[in-house]
Design a binder for this molecule. Structure first.
Ligand code: FMN
Length: 205
C-alpha cells in the first residue's frame, strides 16, 4: 500500500463500503424453536453493548425482532471457509425477493457450515463451539435504519466465553497477541498483520 501522499485523490463510486471489519457469526432462534446461524461484519462494541447492522429481510433480523436472545460468535482467520459455506444461505423461507437467484434456504446452518452447536448458559441459541470467543447477548433495542433496508440492533452482552489460549493467564484480559479476528475487507477475507503498536489505554503488555 502506498504510504506517501498521493499527488491527487480521484473520486470513485464503489458498490460497497465494507472497509474491513471483523466477521461474526450470529446464532438466533427461529419461530419453530430451531436455531439460525448467519455471518455478518457490520458489528462493533460500545462498552458491553454490541451494535449490529442487519439486512431487514433476513431471517436473523426477523428472529431478533421477536426473540431477543443471541450469541455473537467470533471466528478466527482459519475459519473463513466455514464462514463462506454460510455465505450463500438464508434461514428465511420463502427466500426474500432481494436474495432470490443468489441465496438458497437452509434450515440447518450449523451442519451446512460444518460447525458444532454448544449450549449457551444464559440465552437459548447455542454457541459455535469452534469460535475462540463467544458473546451471549440479548437485544436491548432494535429499530429500522434511516433507509428502512436495515435493522440496527443494540445487544447487551451478558456473558463472555473465551478459549483459555487467548486469555492473558491469571487475568481477565483477552491477549491481543493470541486472539486474531477474521477481517471482511471489501468482500475478501483477511487476518491481521503483526502488531504495530498499542493504545495508551492498553492494559496488556
Ligand atoms: C463475511 C460476511 C459478512 C456479512 N455481513 C453482513 C452484515 O454486516 N449485515 C448483514 O445484514 N448481512 C451480512 N452478510 C450477509 C448475510 O450473511 C446474508 O444476508 C445471509 O443470507 C443472512 O442470513 P439469514 O437470512 O439466515 O439471516 C454478510 C455475509 C458474509 C459472508
Amino acid at each position: 500500500m502506498p504510504t506517501d501522499l498521493p499527488s491527487e485523490h480521484v473520486t470513485v463510486t464503489p458498490s460497497i463500503l465494507y472497509f474491513g471489519t471483523p466477521v461474526v457469526l450470529l446464532s438466533t432462534e427461529n419461530e419453530n424453536g430451531s436455531f439460525n446461524l448467519a455471518p455478518m461484519s457490520s458489528a462493533w462494541a460500545l462498552g458491553h453493548v454490541i451494535v449490529l447492522g442487519l439486512g431487514a429481510e433476513g431471517q436473523t433480523a426477523h428472529n431478533l425482532r421477536s426473540r431477543r436472545d443471541l450469541v455473537v460468535n467470533l471466528p478466527g482467520p482459519a475459519q473463513w471457509p466455514a464462514v463462506e459455506r454460510l455465505a450463500p444461505l438464508t434461514g428465511r423461507t420463502p427466500v426474500p425477493a432481494g436474495k432470490r437467484g443468489s441465496f438458497r434456504f437452509e434450515p440447518d446452518k450449523f451442519a451446512a457450515a460444518g460447525v458444532r452447536p454448544q449450549p449457551s448458559e444464559l440465552v437459548r441459541p447455542p454457541r459455535v463451539a469452534e469460535c475462540p470467543m463467544q458473546l451471549e447477548a440479548r437485544v436491548a433495542r432494535a429499530q429500522p435504519d434511516s433507509t428502512g433496508d436495515f435493522l440496527i440492533v443494540e445487544a447487551q452482552v451478558l456473558k463472555v466465553h473465551a478459549d483459555p489460549r487467548i486469555i492473558v493467564s491469571g487475568s481477565q484480559h483477552i491477549d491481543p497477541a493470541a486472539w486474531s479476528p477474521l477481517i471482511y475487507n471489501f468482500r475478501h477475507y483477511y487476518g491481521l498483520g503483526p502488531e504495530l503498536g498499542h493504545s495508551f489505554r492498553s492494559q496488556t503488555a
